[in-house]
Design a protein around this ligand. Structure first.
Ligand SMILES: C[S@@+](CC[C@H](N)C(=O)[O-])C[C@H]1O[C@@H](n2cnc3c(N)ncnc32)[C@H](O)[C@@H]1O
Length: 515
């Protein structure tokens, strides 16, 4: 019963949020957030599983319940109904629509009450299906993007910082034993097989059904789940043991720990030395997310080397605080339009809002990703978002993108102002040019940026073999006369399309200068 009680609270929260027009971002985020708000003891993953399905079928379940009369005869105590509408909804969901068609609890009066209506409800459900011309209610959702909203591959990278003397061979051997069949393309991955990535060193793709999170390697921090494209920034920056790197928008810390693996991977033990000054300065504005960052950094085995600063990077980070910084990772909050796991909620939003003019806006909710450490257990491995989390996303898409782009520009420009830096990798998990190529263009047109000498790195310096590059048309709109230069700048950028390229939609570009 405790489980259904907990799920009822979360469902209540979801209804409240929906009534306020605040269902935005991914359903997973919403569920996890409310589990936190209500300090729920049940496993959030189980709560998410039931609510994901229950929320989807809610309008239909409500019809069936209404027609069956189950809500009319609820026994009363002191004049008040003994059972809540939403708890009944959850029980009816499990009885009618779950795989087992069973209510997951022992003997309880509420269970007996619902079971009394089983035959009537099944009949009402059958009637509804006939009316809707479907054999199964799930047919109502095929093709709307909610049925296949999962990443195609689970990407895992080996973490040398947790390997003795940075020797990753034993981990790779163990992975090979667990997944003996190697495939040549990520598209060929089926359960039990493994793909060795050709773009990011020590990165492997496995099937999403292979529960890698229960493996010891994962528990010991020897492998880290991280989307392939999200591994590009550290791979492009490729810092060495003598670099000093700032991660401007760091939580939950995937890129921070990946950067650390490049810097200290060959000598993880020295990296642990107490006398050593931190060579990575990570900034995170949101204190809650900063805690997750701290935890991730610890799990990955690089806490000694990373100084976590909680606050606004554009205000807190100064050349004096980050002395001698050579490189930056700038991965600020974005629309998150390249990420999975939100399509379902977006589709709900667009259904709810109805009007076509609003649909596009709803499709591009701000990036509100689940903190990685909670999310790694499940599905795609995404980055997080700024403190937009509680904001209803009612602005038209262009307005939101313009606001985000202006913020992204400021963050990169601040990084560019550090006198000792020679390399900056800027990235987003957005598919919109406004947050990507156009931010690059605005920076290149900025007088100060020109004065400081920053240019876009050539393709050779940014994973040259990755085939999908930036949109040349965006550069041509501004720098019309120099087609060659436009091509060169677009080639310097990296794009990844969601799913089609094996993971999340992504953009990355490297800026550099000579001092
Ligand atoms: C896209 S996420 C970063 C994901 C991270 N790079 C990773 O790979 O795990 C953006 C993060 O930037 C933080 N943020 C937003 N504005 C910031 C600012 N002005 N200064 C520092 N952090 C900021 C957000 O709270 C969010 O955690």
């Amino acid at each position: 019963m405790d489980f259904y009680r907990d799920a009822t609270w979360v469902l209540e929260y979801m209804e409240q949020q929906e009534a306020r027009g605040r269902i935005s971002g991914s359903l997973q985020t919403l569920v996890l957030r409310s589990c936190k708000v209500y300090k729920i003891k049940s496993n959030p993953k189980h709560i998410y599983a039931i609510l994901d399905s229950c929320w989807r079928y809610k309008p239909y379940l409500e019809k069936v319940m209404k027609r069956s009369g189950i809500l009319d005869d609820i026994p009363k105590r002191k004049g008040k109904p003994m059972y809540q509408r939403l708890t009944l909804l959850l029980l009816c969901h499990d009885m009618l629509l779950s795989r087992s068609k069973r209510i997951q609890m022992g003997k309880h009066p509420i269970k007996s009450y619902v079971l009394k209506y089983k035959t009537r409800m099944n009949a009402e459900l059958a009637r509804l299906k006939v009316k809707l011309k479907v054999k199964n209610l799930s047919e109502l959702f095929t093709g709307d993007g909610t049925d296949d909203d999962v990443p195609p591959v689970r990407w895992v990278r080996v973490n040398p910082l947790r390997c003795p003397k940075g020797n990753t061979d034993s981990v790779v051997d163990e992975l090979t034993r667990k997944f003996p069949t190697k495939v040549d393309s990520w598209r060929d991955i089926v359960p039990g097989t493994i793909y060795h990535d050709e773009f990011v060193p020590l990165l492997f793709g496995v099937h999403t059904q292979d529960k890698i999170t229960s493996h010891e390697l994962y528990k010991q921090g020897k492998i880290i789940i991280q989307d392939r494209a999200s591994c590009f920034p550290a791979t492009i920056l490729n810092p060495g043991p003598h670099d000093i790197v700032v991660d401007a928008c760091a939580a939950p810390g995937n890129k921070t720990t990946h950067v650390a693996s490049y810097m200290f991977g060959n000598e993880p033990d020295q990296g642990h030395s107490k006398d050593r000054k931190p060579q990575i300065h990570a900034f995170e504005k949101d204190p809650e997310r900063a805690k997750i960052l701290q935890k991730m950094v610890k799990t990955a085995g690089c806490a000694q080397n990373i100084q976590v600063n909680v606050g606004d990077f554009t205000k807190l980070a100064t050349p004096a605080l980050c002395k001698g910084v050579t490189g930056f990772i700038v991965d600020p909050s974005c629309s998150g339009s390249g990420i999975f796991g939100r399509k379902y909620v977006d589709s709900l939003n667009s259904r709810r809002q109805g009007a076509d003019s609003q649909k596009q806006g709803a499709k591009d909710n701000e990036d509100e990703d689940v903190p990685e450490e909670q999310e790694q257990d499940e599905d795609d491995n995404v980055d997080g978002d700024e403190a937009n989390n509680s904001k209803p996303t009612r602005d038209p898409l262009e307005t939101r993108l313009a606001k985000l782009a202006s913020f992204q520009f400021q963050v990169v420009k601040h990084a560019m102002s550090f006198p000792t830096a020679t390399r900056i990798v800027y990235s987003t998990c957005s598919i919109h040019a406004e947050e990507n190529e156009r931010v690059v263009i605005d920076l290149l047109l900025d007088k100060k940026v020109q004065e400081w000498g920053w240019t876009v790195s050539k393709r050779e310096r940014a994973i040259p073999s990755w085939p999908r590059r930036g949109l040349v048309s965006e550069f041509e709109e501004i720098f019309r006369d120099d087609k060659e230069k436009c091509q060169e700048m677009a080639d310097g950028c990296i794009r990844a399309l969601p799913k089609e390229d094996g993971g999340i939609g992504f953009f990355a570009v490297s800026f550099e200068r000579k001092l």
